[in-house]
Unconditional design. Structure first.
Length: 362
């Protein structure tokens, strides 16, 4: 038998919005612009969990395994498909990096022009690089993410360009699929869903996804949503916009989230909470995940794990339960900063004994 005839169905992936078509705003005319996103691994991390609490079974859903390295691809496949259906020729977004890379890639795939507006000096090189490689117009402004989003909103009000930030409802629709995959993998909803909160689109989308699955009879109960913001970029926790947000987790360095109200609704309807974690807690969680479980996520993503660690220390988990942390993006986005928190590597001459000595073998 020719090798090409052997079980090719093993390799078969369906575009995300096709796979969950019944839950998506698809019409007969919606084109499917896809890079075969989704199907991200939900990894059970027992070794890490044992250092946190004897009550929790912990899973991390590694969204860094999406085509452009973040969860944004789930929403972008839907948003760009709808943009093409509507006859749009151009897309624009403000971004701390991941949305930009995703918008640039899916625009390239669809043959759209794309512009990405970034806060100057605050976006990791990997993401600027992706946006440029995909042929987007990259504009860095002297301002923060909130300033960039205001400019993009202004432009899309004045000119016929499609906004692909999470204010675009199709982004939220697509991002619901993360919740569907979790429930499909577990066979039920988790008890707790931990997630970083920046512009607050993703917590909104996951909550909508869980609710849609419950309404469809696919799950019996809903999880409690545990959102985490960085301590000095925590407008929802503090109850007011933060004019100059700060955090090493640049993806969630946002002072006035567009999804503020819907994030609060997800928190309150689910009986959950939105809390703060410090940069130190975020960094420790990022390193712990990478070194104890082999999962390398970016700092913003580690806020979810940092939050679960914090809550466990406070004695929050009193009964056995399942917790899913969303690791929203890949650590390779910003290797430079990651290397700064590791011990330096060793340089030696090309000599076996020197290497063996360094390894304490002789
Ligand atoms: N984690 C990562 C890795 C992100 O890139 C973002 C948002 C979030 C979490 C927060 O998600 O905004 O839906 O609450 N990044 C946006 C961007 C702002 O431009 O890439 P959210």
């Amino acid at each position: 038998m020719a090798i090409t005839q052997i079980r090719t169905d093993w390799f078969k992936r369906v575009p995300l919005i096709e796979r969950y078509r019944e839950f998506m705003p698809m019409t007969a005319d919606t084109p499917v612009v896809s890079l075969l996103e989704g199907y991200t691994p939900m990894i059970r991390v027992d070794r890490l969990a044992s250092t946190i609490s004897d009550k929790i079974t912990l899973y991390v859903k590694f969204e860094g395994m999406n085509p452009t390295g973040s969860f944004k691809d789930r929403g972008m496949t839907m948003a760009i498909s709808k943009a093409v259906e509507a006859g749009s020729k151009a897309a624009i977004c403000a971004s701390t990096g991941n949305t930009a890379a995703s918008a640039a890639a899916y625009s390239a795939r669809a043959g759209l022009v794309c512009a990405v507006i970034l806060p100057k000096g605050e976006v990791a090189l990997g993401k600027v690089c992706q946006s440029m490689m995909h042929g987007a117009k990259v504009i860095a402004i002297e301002g923060n993410f909130d300033d960039a989003l205001n400019i993009v909103l202004d432009i899309t009000r004045k000119y016929p360009i499609t906004l692909v930030n999470s204010l675009n409802p199709y982004r939220i629709e697509g991002q619901k699929t993360g919740a569907f995959e979790i429930c499909d993998d577990l066979g039920h909803a988790p008890m707790y869903h931990a997630i970083p909160v920046g512009n607050a689109g993703n917590i909104t989308a996951y909550w909508a996804g869980y609710k849609a699955y419950k309404e469809a009879g696919k799950i019996d109960y809903l999880p409690r949503m545990l959102g985490f913001q960085a301590a000095k970029s925590a407008p929802i926790v503090d109850g007011h916009p933060i004019p100059h947000p700060e955090t090493i987790a640049t993806a969630i360095r946002i002072g006035n989230p567009a999804g503020w109200k819907t994030a609060e609704a997800a928190r309150d309807e689910s009986g959950g909470s939105i809390e703060k974690v410090t940069d130190e807690e975020i960094t420790a969680a990022q390193k712990l995940l990478a070194s104890t479980e082999g999962v390398f996520c970016e700092p913003a993503s580690a806020a979810s794990v940092a939050g679960v660690i914090k809550k466990a220390k406070e004695g929050f988990f009193t009964e056995k339960c399942e917790v899913v942390c969303i690791l929203t993006g890949h650590g390779l986005k910003d290797p430079k900063r990651a290397m700064e928190i590791c011990a330096p590597f060793i340089e030696l001459p090309a000599d076996t004994d020197a290497v063996a000595r360094e390894m304490n073998l002789i």
